[in-house]
Design a binder for this molecule. Structure first.
Ligand code: PHE
Length: 330
């Protein structure tokens, strides 16, 4: 029996030394260590061992069992570690890295930032007002009486009979004049809403920048000079522009400013970029500013329209589509 044990141990060492991977190791396990394997079989035979031999054989059997199990565990660990290493080395270090895509400012924001930059250089500060406005601020204080036809001109989204989505940024003029004393020199950018049929030229939502200057002795000549300085800085000094007499309830006299738009290979035309005028004395009275002492000018322009003119875009809707292929170009 002792001879058989040491033979088994030798065979086991032999077989184990020939293993090359987890599979061949598993065969060794089945042959020696599994329930029907050679080592348990030797234990089976133990009962037939004579009394005198029992002690030494028992010892030898236990040793064999511990030895083979330990050797097997060791080999298994070795093969598993190798397999893991192999997997890691499958990492392809030559693959290009994953690029992080950076966002950028929307064309509207870029245009507005540029406008703010220019007007700040001309001494204007920036104010904002709410998009949900009172009928009073949006119309009444701006000298639109209840039945004024200009109220029809601006198709309004009313929220309640007294509140609406502002149709222009001019109500912010009222807020600024109510909360500050002249001299006031401010621009007021923001979203405005009109219930219009959507087309290449108009959208139900767009952005405006309002401008206001109130002080003693403000003149129309200053208004013109300020707007010309702006338009040249914005479009380039060769921009072709004109002022046209116009009407707004809250300015008197009023004008509109057009710039010449010349698309390549197509017929050019005048494009209206802003409305402007001298603040109507009635508006000054509404906000408690003495029109005998102060005068002011105001202007308002559409950001989309101005950006479209500058970048040669002919459909306003594309500015609201969030199509990355379009936006990436700016
Ligand atoms: N609020 C006018 C509009 O939306 C523009 C404007 C602003 C005109 C200020 C004159 C003075 O068309």
């Amino acid at each position: 029996m002792l001879a058989k044990i040491s033979e088994t141990r030798k065979d086991f060492d032999d077989d184990l030394s020939k293993t090359t991977d987890i599979q061949s190791l598993e065969e060794v396990r089945l042959k020696y260590l599994s329930r029907k394997g050679l080592v348990p079989q030797l234990f089976e035979n133990f009962k037939d061992v004579s009394r005198v031999e029992k002690k030494s054989v028992g010892q030898a059997l236990n040793e064999l069992k511990n030895y083979t199990q330990a050797k097997f565990d060791e080999a298994k660990e070795k093969f598993e570690a190798a397999a893991k290493n192999e997997k890691e080395s499958e990492l392809d270090l030559t693959l290009p890295g994953r690029m992080k895509t950076l966002g950028s400012r929307h064309l509207i924001t870029q245009t507005l930032d540029e406008m703010k930059f220019i007007f700040k250089g001309l001494g204007f500060s920036v104010f904002e007002g709410p998009e949900l406005e009172s009928d009073y601020n949006n119309f009444e204080a701006l000298n639109f009486p209840d039945d004024h036809p200009a109220r029809d001109m601006q198709d309004t989204f009313f929220v309640t009979p007294k509140f609406l989505l502002r149709t222009h940024t001019s109500p912010v003029q009222i807020r600024v004049m109510q909360s500050m004393k002249p001299p006031i020199r401010a621009i007021m950018p923001g979203k405005v809403f009109r219930n219009e049929a959507i087309s290449a030229k108009s959208y139900c939502l767009f952005h405006q920048v309002e401008g206001l200057y109130v002080d003693t002795d403000v003149t129309f000549a200053e208004l013109k000079a300020t707007l010309v300085a702006f338009i040249k800085q914005f479009f380039g000094k060769d921009v072709v522009y004109r002022f046209r007499a116009s009407f707004f309830p809250f300015t008197e006299p009023s004008a509109e400013m057009d710039v010449w738009w010349q698309p390549k290979g197509k017929e050019g035309r005048w494009l209206e970029v802003l409305g402007c005028g001298m603040v109507d004395p009635n508006v000054l009275i509404n906000v408690g500013i003495d029109p005998e002492k102060y005068t002011g000018y105001a202007f308002g322009m559409g950001i989309e329209r101005t950006a479209m003119r500058k970048y040669g875009i002919d459909d306003i809707r594309i500015l609201f589509d969030s199509d990355i292929r379009f936006l990436k170009q700016f």
